[in-house]
Ligand binder design. Structure first.
Ligand code: GTR
Length: 400
């Protein structure tokens, strides 16, 4: 009896902890067919010359939104430098990128950490952070930015700076709110308001994810000019909403040498048609500013989407892409994330590369894949040392 009571209590507290409306029963996944990546008989040249661009345009028009023409050029200024960072193991360089070239406009505060031992330009990870550069490592040398009330190093576990540096790679990060604050403000603040008046917007105008992506590309512009970094080996990384962002960055900016999308879920790697965990309808209700307005029409109408997320993953081809799930992150639909990776594979093959090369979803903590890689880590929605170990291996094997 006591056991039964305990069981009921544990079960109800577990269910209460899940976001409302979450359904995670495989039996409730509707029957669906995925849109095809390309018609039968398509050649690599046809994909490269036309079909890739057509697919990209669909995502742009119906999901992430179009970036308006921005005539003002970004400009960068070197800031603080610490040559003996991390007990002389690394060099810290801060850089302020004025996103529209003016003092008053939004500024992207880049934190660049490179290994002191580097003999020449090195590959780097570039990723936005949620709370400010000072939260990715406890060092007092890092200028406080973003959410200044958050303690230094609060998010250090997610960044594994020492591990990255010891392996000979660099890390570049910036606070995502530097580009556009993550709130539904009618697109008045941040880069949206700085380049276009909000009454000019239409159904396919850019949302916040497209804005963060645009900012990442301006970060890459700078890295291409920054000597310690090999601009042709910049891998874009992101977790969760920023994992959706890293995929769209890799799709729109082919200068990124590789893409890592950690626990990205709905609107990221997870297939929309599975409607498992967070759905298109739900994400648009909670975060209407992430996508363009056209996307709002697909809530509960996932089958009418002219694409699904495997096609977003396919836009990375032939570059390396890593999709990572977490076992307890059912909200993000690990299986849907795996299936996207799997069904993106034919484009890699079309281009003469090995993609995922894996039929069945692997067991927990078993990384799989070639140029498309996938794992489902044990544990929760997060970025852990385990995830970084796999990303570093991808860097060693496919980028360095
Ligand atoms: C959740 C959201 C997810 C995911 C996550 C995050 O609330 O439903 O799509 O992006 O936030 O970014 O942490």
């Amino acid at each position: 009896m006591r056991f039964l009571l305990l069981f009921i209590l544990t079960l109800s507290s577990y269910l209460m902890a899940l976001p409302p409306g979450l359904h995670t029963a495989e039996s409730k996944v509707p029957d669906f067919e995925l849109p095809v990546l390309f018609p039968e008989g398509t050649s690599a040249a046809e994909w490269n010359d036309d079909l890739r661009a057509e697919t990209l345009t669909l995502f742009e028009k119906e999901m992430f939104g179009r970036v308006p023409a921005i005539s003002r050029k970004a400009s960068a200024k070197l800031g603080k430098k610490v040559p003996d960072f991390l007990n002389r193991k690394a060099v810290l360089q801060e850089v302020v990128v004025s996103l529209v070239g003016t003092e008053e406009g939004p500024k992207l505060n880049l934190l660049i950490i490179t290994p002191s031992s580097a003999k020449g330009p090195i590959p780097v990870f570039l990723g936005l952070n949620f709370k400010g550069n000072h939260t990715i490592h406890a060092s007092k040398e890092i200028t406080v930015g973003g959410k200044s009330q958050v303690a230094r190093g609060e998010r250090a576990g997610r960044w594994q700076v020492e591990k990255i540096i010891e392996r000979g790679y660099g890390l570049v990060t910036a606070f995502y709110g530097d580009i556009d604050l993550d709130k539904n403000d009618g697109f008045k603040d941040g880069i949206h308001g700085a380049v276009e008046s909000s009454d000019k917007r239409d159904g396919s105008s850019w949302g916040s994810i497209a804005a963060w992506v645009w900012g990442l590309s301006r970060g890459l512009d700078f890295l291409e000019t920054y000597e310690p970094v090999d601009g042709s080996k910049v891998v874009v990384f992101g977790h969760s909403r920023l994992g959706k962002t890293s995929l769209w960055a890799g799709a729109t900016d082919e200068r990124f040498a590789g893409v890592i999308s950690n626990n990205s879920g709905c609107g990221g790697a997870a297939l929309s048609r599975r409607a498992f965990g967070e759905t298109v309808g739900r994400i648009n209700e909670s975060f209407p500013h992430w996508f363009c307005k056209n996307f709002h029409a697909y809530g509960k109408r996932e089958k009418e989407l002219p694409f699904d997320q495997h096609q977003l993953v396919a836009l990375m081809a032939p570059r390396p892409v890593y999709i990572a799930s977490a076992q307890d992150d059912q909200w993000a639909d690990p299986k849907g994330e795996f299936l996207s990776a799997k069904h993106a594979d034919p484009v890699y093959r079309l281009l003469g590369k090995d993609g995922l090369d894996q039929e069945e979803m692997p067991k927990v903590d078993q990384p799989v894949g070639k140029k498309i890689r996938y794992h489902m880590r044990s544990g929760k929605h997060d970025v852990k040392a385990y995830d970084w170990d796999q990303y570093l291996r991808m860097m060693d094997e496919l980028i360095r």
